[in-house]
Design a protein around this ligand. Structure first.
Ligand SMILES: Nc1ncnc2c1ncn2[C@@H]1O[C@H](COP(=O)(O)OP(=O)(O)OP(=O)(O)O)[C@@H](O)[C@H]1O
Ligand SMILES: [Mg+2]
Length: 378
């Protein structure tokens, strides 16, 4: 297979094969730095001025809606697409002009791209055969990679005789067999059912940790991103919206869009009043919820984020504009949905308070002062 063909057709690419010679094999990951990276496909702007730094051994999740540029970002880092602008520095070296096989990057695509006519061992070895390694070295490395993903005993099977999770592990073994300094994973668990997916999340994370490898992982499942990533990069329309640890992301989303995308809580907008350093949202029934006015944010478009746990709810003896629509125990918490006309609020109380409420009955809402955070809107 020619190099060009290998790169042109993503579905046919035996990932891991384009990486470089044995002398350049390296297990110690370094830092990845991306500056002002832009990629256009004709008129479509897929990546718009991306800036990102990834530390050695970090596990980064790329999270964002379909079409936001996640796959494009991985492809540009791997060298499968050439950006119109920007720099990619890997291990201190600008790789912009390096072909994919010289970047020492392993990739696992969503469809695994395993060769059906080859055994598991041959699939993994294939990624090593384009290097200057002897046959015994290739065999040893292929088996070592299969052992790392606990598939050594299935080395002589063909892919179609494997489960989805096992096929996924073969693709992973092929990507790690040559000890890449960076592992790129494009929705690698997307084809797996929920139970297997949860187990593989754990295994993948463990493998990344034990190999001491830097990884970038695409998902559009925020729970998966939270479960696995050291930091999450949230993308939208080719731009990075926020880079944060999972807990920072949920406690302090950068914009109203991010808060909505990750479902961080109630987002309130509408009539606001300014008092002192506060902007106060006025809700029906005289309910007011406030948050400190942020600097440099347009009040017209800003939204107030009010996490479910910061909303206080009481049963109301008098009629009220607010009604309890539903309540559901959720571990130690009680999830409530409250409606006021078209508006819906989610609240979270201790599960012990369930006995106070009747579904459909009127309730009263309040929030502690400063419970809300104003976020910039669009
Ligand atoms: N080969 C291509 N030619 C033209 N436009 C493309 C091409 N590949 C991707 N695009 C466009 O670039 C944008 C980013 O696509 P990309 O595949 O990176 O998105 P994504 O975030 O990976 O989406 P998904 O979650 O659906 O996989 C989209 O608007 C997409 O339609
Ligand atoms: Mg994609």
């Amino acid at each position: 297979m020619s190099e060009k063909n290998m790169f042109d057709d993503q579905g046919q690419v035996p990932e891991g094969c384009w990486q470089h010679s044995a002398t350049e094999l390296r297990s110690a990951p370094d830092m990845l730095r991306i500056e002002q990276l832009s990629l256009r496909y004709g008129d479509v702007v897929a990546l718009d001025n991306i800036k990102l730094e990834v530390g050695a051994n970090e596990f980064i999740a790329l999270l964002g809606p379909s079409g936001c540029g996640k796959t494009s970002l991985l492809r540009v880092i791997a060298g499968l697409n050439v950006p119109q602008d920007g720099r990619i520095v890997l291990n201190g070296k600008d790789v912009a002009n390096l072909p994919p096989r010289h970047r020492n990057i392993g990739i696992v695509f969503q469809n695994y791209a395993l060769f059906p006519h080859m055994t598991v061992r041959q699939n993994v070895a294939f990624g090593l055969e384009c290097r200057r390694l002897t046959k015994p070295e290739i065999s040893t490395r292929a088996m070592a990679a299969l052992e790392k993903v606990r598939l050594a005993e299935l080395a002589d099977r063909r892919p179609k005789a494997l489960s989805g999770g096992q096929q996924q592990r073969v693709a992973l073994a092929r990507a790690i067999a040559f000890e890449p300094s960076l592992l790129l994973l494009d929705e690698p668990l997307g084809a797996l059912d929920k139970q297997l997916r949860t187990r593989m999340q754990f295994e993948l994370k463990e493998l990344q940790r034990s190999l001491g490898i830097t990884a970038m992982f695409v998902t559009h499942d925020q729970d998966e991103a939270v479960a696995m990533a050291d930091r999450i990069v949230v993308m939208r329309d080719g731009k990075i919206q926020q880079i944060a640890t999972p807990s920072e992301l949920f406690s302090m989303p950068a914009t109203a869009w991010v808060a909505e995308f990750i479902d961080a809580g109630n987002l309130l907008s509408g009539s606001t009043r300014v008092e002192g350093g506060k902007w106060i949202v006025q809700l029906p029934g005289g309910v007011e919820i406030e948050g400190a006015a942020p600097d440099g944010v347009d009040r017209e478009t800003a939204k107030l984020l009010l996490p479910a746990h910061s909303l206080e709810v009481f049963p109301s003896k008098e009629d009220s504009a607010y009604r309890l629509v539903s309540m559901r125990p959720n571990g130690m918490a009680l999830d409530l949905v409250i409606a006021c006309g078209e508006l819906q609020f989610r609240a979270q109380l201790p599960v012990g308070r369930a006995a106070e409420f009747v579904t459909g009955a009127p309730v009263r809402l309040t929030a502690a002062p400063d419970a809300g955070t104003w976020l910039p809107g669009d």
